[in-house]
Design a protein. Structure first.
Length: 80
């Protein structure tokens, strides 16, 4: 009989840094974000940092129909 595997429980978090399409973050805010990311890297906790497009470029996917829907996504729109 195969030996039962033990899994280590790891807490994971997603941290969003929100900025408008006008890129309003100050140099100080950008430096603070970079320092935070550097600290995560030093401690082996950093996974990925990516930028996404403006809300006007969003596309919604519905896993129930396996299709994409050309629709505008805006703040407050239900994501199904």
């Amino acid at each position: 009989m195969a030996r039962a595997r033990q899994y280590r429980r790891i807490m994971r978090f997603v941290i969003f840094v929100v900025d408008g399409a006008t890129e309003t973050a100050s140099h100080g805010e950008i430096a603070a974000i970079d320092a935070f990311n550097d600290d995560l890297r030093r401690n082996g906790r950093f996974v990925i940092a990516v930028g996404i497009g403006a809300p006007s470029t969003a596309q919604r996917f519905d896993e129930r129909t396996f299709g994409s829907h050309e629709s505008q996504m805006h703040r407050g729109t239900p994501h199904v």
